[in-house]
Design a protein around this ligand. Structure first.
Ligand code: NAP
Length: 297
């Protein structure tokens, strides 16, 4: 293990302690990666919950208090709150502190956060590609990031040593780390994560508009296809609202392609083009096999 991977942080401040940051807190505790971990959450209820779980050393009442003296600050609120959080903490960040985040969108996060931070800190934007449809600190677990990718999207001027320290943290969480351009990250995630969620929200939304008797039957006879959509569509509404508000261009680009392809399928069904359908369903099966081969199933 390299020196960097061995070096724990002195004080880690988690700003927001929901599913993702509470899972990270559990990893830091398990691996002994910090002398002290302090968490801030917006509500008293979540602060109490985080404290009672015993996954952090202390809970701060304000973000300013949490980041004071921290050498690593992790932003873990919905991305729409980042600008306000950055404004609040900017004047309290220690010289040389690393600020990273776990937000699902990167371009707009960089636009919102980077200009608000003082020049004496290192900003390393990040996104662990791991999650569940559950929220809050009690939903977290220390193996959430195991075998999953974590994408870092540092700016050109970001200090390489700071990037490496954040990468080392995620490797200790069991993740593989990739460095990517933020706009490329947003495009890839638009199709792999954001569009599937939009489709799930839409299909389940269609059911909510059906008349009562039919709706009851859909719920009663939910076959595994629909059931899987309902799991995805149970994801946190605020987090997903913020993702779509902050990755508009890439999502609209992928949605355009998707609707074109859907129209083609609609046409194939209308005109009885069985071969077209079978050829597509065969190609899509192959993608599934590749994901299984990559151990990302
Ligand atoms: P979560 O479980 O819902 O927790 C959110 C945390 O942010 C809570 O501590 C919450 O505080 C706080 N918060 C919510 N709104 C806030 C606001 N307006 N101002 C300040 N704090 C606020 O969320 P999560 O699933 O961990 O997601 C956190 C981040 O990780 C998001 O940016 C998301 O895009 C990213 N992410 C999520 C997943 C996933 O699958 N869930 C995967 C990868 C990345 P209170 O509870 O006190 O209100």
């Amino acid at each position: 293990m390299s020196e960097t991977e061995n070096t724990p942080f002195e004080r880690v401040a988690l700003i927001g302690i929901g599913l993702i940051c509470s899972s990270l807190a559990r990893v830091i505790q398990r691996e002994g990666l910090a002398r002290e971990v302090v968490a801030f959450s917006r509500t008293e209820e979540t602060r109490k919950k985080a404290a009672s779980l015993g996954i952090v050393d202390s809970v701060a009442d304000t973000p300013e208090e949490a980041v004071t003296g921290a050498d690593l600050v992790v932003l873990g609120t919905p991305v729409g709150a980042y600008a306000a959080v950055a404004d609040t903490i900017a004047g309290h960040l220690a010289e040389g502190a690393i600020v990273t985040d776990v937000g699902s969108v990167k371009g707009s996060v960089i636009d919102a956060v980077a200009p608000r931070l003082p020049v004496h800190v290192h900003f390393v934007p990040g996104h662990p590609l791991a999650g569940t449809e559950h929220s809050g600190p009690d939903a977290g677990f220390d193996t959430l990031f195991q075998g999953r990718w974590c994408i870092l999207t540092p700016l050109e001027e970001t200090d390489a040593a700071a990037v490496e320290r954040v990468a080392a943290l995620w490797r200790r969480a069991g993740s593989m780390v990739d460095i990517m351009d933020p706009s490329h990250h947003d495009l890839v995630l638009a199709i792999t994560s954001h569009l599937p969620h939009l489709i799930a929200y839409n299909i389940v939304g269609t059911v909510t508009d059906l008349e009562d008797q039919t709706k009851r039957e859909v719920i009663k006879y939910a076959a595994s296809g629909f059931r899987d959509f309902t799991r995805i569509a149970a994801s946190d509404p605020v987090m997903w609202r913020d993702i779509f508000m902050n990755n508009r261009e890439a999502v609209l680009e992928m949605l355009g392609r998707f609707t074109e392809d859907l129209s083609r399928l609609q046409r194939a069904i209308r005109w009885g083009e069985a071969d077209t359908l079978e050829a597509l369903f065969t190609r899509t099966r192959d993608i599934r096999r590749q994901i299984i081969a990559e151990k990302q199933a």
